[in-house]
Design a binder for this molecule. Structure first.
Ligand code: P70
Length: 458
């Protein structure tokens, strides 16, 4: 059998519908060729993100009914806190309404103007939050991580030599925190090895620089460690996670990913005085430190989802489903970033549409075509998301990777849906010469991809 059957059966269903092609054509034009502007009901298979799109289990829904909506120290907070302490080993747990709120609270507390914040590769919100606080985000992923063809098993690893050099040159006092994104979303959902995390941690300990994991997809990362790194095959995902977190001083987490919920996030850390500062800031913007912008029921769903996200049967299916999509595309010769990532398949748009220059957004051109042809919504992780003006030279700097991400929501689509997506991408690949470049007609000063408007270039 090519694919494992889903390790769940379906109790509730939601209708989806493919709108007629002529309607899709009108809709994409009205949306300014930006799929964030499409009405979700007009999307057939929605692969925009794996964030907040999971199907919750019966167990989580049951937890929702047990929501204790007390303002302070609700029983759900106590469960939430105990679960996160158990999984991560961190002493303090601070809920936030989602990942970027955790980032904002952390960076606005730690980052001063002129500081440097290294990461393997920053994702859009961490990058923007560093910049917003006057810092400079720095990507230190290993060279293989920027090569779509490299089959390195841990392409999310940080280059430890580059990190040492950065610390030597900038000085530890200009680096308030080092982040590590597990798995590395902007680099193809690629995992980081335990060894790499340990080595990064060793370097930072010498210089007393705080080390935080951007832990949205930590369970998926731990599954890759179990499967690919020697010495971990017989450990449980929970054991591997506990070790992974033990090398860090804290983490930010968007629970919308591996905690299998539709909203929520948290910060977890050991340092008492930093915790106090973060909580003081939290009260200003998110809420009291035992709910942080969430309802009691949300905290319960997160606590239960975190446990379910560590289940090996679930993870085997999850990572297997993503890999299945990757294999179907590779078999047909479609250029994708290899090996398949944990939560998504990333099409290499530079190779897919070499006739479109980076300044005309080849990835976005492919995304527009996917919606037009098949009602599928994907997201660009390339020039539209990351190209920026160099503040010194005024020239536009393009990202190394020009990717189209097909993010797979957790427990939502069946393997037949996956085959439909593969067929649509393969058909587009056969007609790739017809893809047209785009130009911007509106862009916001930060995180422009969410609200940009574009038009097709003749
Ligand atoms: C995604 C979403 C969110 C994210 C992340 C990492 C590694 C922090 C956050 C912020 C964002 C997105 C992108 C395109 C379309 C829709 C949504 N990633 N760190 O899909 O967390 O969203 O909870 O504030 O990946 O990858 P939050």
């Amino acid at each position: 059998m090519k694919m494992l059957p889903e390790p769940f059966k379906i109790k509730v269903v939601e209708k989806i519908q493919l709108t007629p092609r002529t309607e899709r054509e009108n809709l994409i034009r009205k949306a300014g060729f930006n799929v964030f502007n499409l009405p979700a009901e007009k999307v057939y298979i929605d692969l925009l993100t794996d964030s907040g799109t999971s199907a919750m289990s019966d167990n989580q829904w049951a937890g929702i009914m047990l929501g204790d909506e007390s303002y302070a120290r609700s029983r759900n907070f106590i469960h939430f806190e105990a679960t996160i302490q158990k999984i991560t080993g961190f002493k303090h747990v601070i809920p936030t309404h989602q990942g970027r709120a955790a980032e904002n609270i952390l960076f606005s507390t730690l980052v001063k103007k002129g500081d440097i914040v290294p990461n393997n590769i920053h994702f859009d919100t961490t990058r923007a939050n560093v910049v917003h606080n006057g810092g400079k985000p720095l990507d230190l992923v290993i060279q293989e991580g920027l090569n779509p063809e490299s089959e390195h098993p841990f392409k999310g690893n940080m280059d430890v030599q580059k990190l040492k050099k950065t610390v030597e040159e900038a000085g530890a006092d200009r680096i308030p925190v080092v982040m590590m994104t597990v798995t590395n979303n902007s680099g193809g959902g690629q995992p980081v090895s335990m060894e790499n995390v340990r080595r990064v941690s060793d370097v930072l300990k010498v210089h007393k620089i705080p080390f935080f994991l951007d832990a949205c997809r930590f369970a998926e990362n731990c599954y890759f460690i179990q499967q690919r790194e020697s010495g971990y095959r017989h450990k449980t995902i929970a054991e591997i996670a506990r070790e992974l977190f033990s090398y860090a001083d804290g983490c930010t987490m968007s629970a919308k990913k591996d905690a299998l919920v539709n909203i929520g996030g948290f910060l977890a850390l050991n340092d008492d005085s930093l915790t106090q500062k973060l909580k003081d800031r939290l009260i200003l913007t998110e809420g009291f430190p035992t709910y942080g912008g969430l309802a009691g029921r949300d905290l319960e769903a997160i606590a239960r989802g975190l446990e379910e996200g560590l289940d090996e049967d679930y993870l085997r299916f999850r990572i297997g489903q993503v890999r299945y999509l990757g294999e179907l595309l590779i078999e047909a010769g479609v250029p994708i970033l290899k090996p398949p990532g944990g939560h998504a398949i990333y099409i290499d748009a530079k190779q897919f549409a070499p006739h479109i220059s980076q300044s005309q957004f080849p990835g976005q051109a492919l995304i527009v075509a996917l919606y037009r042809e098949a009602g599928i919504r994907a997201v660009e992780i390339g020039s539209l998301m990351f190209a920026r003006k160099d503040p010194d030279t005024g020239e536009t700097v393009y990202p190394d990777l020009e990717l189209v991400r097909l993010a797979i929501p957790r427990r939502v689509y069946t393997n037949l849906h996956i085959e439909y997506v593969a067929e649509a991408v393969i058909n587009l690949y056969k007609n790739r010469d017809r893809l047209k470049g785009l130009r911007l007609t509106y862009e916001a000063p930060a995180l422009r991809h969410f609200t940009a408007r574009l038009e097709e270039v003749a």
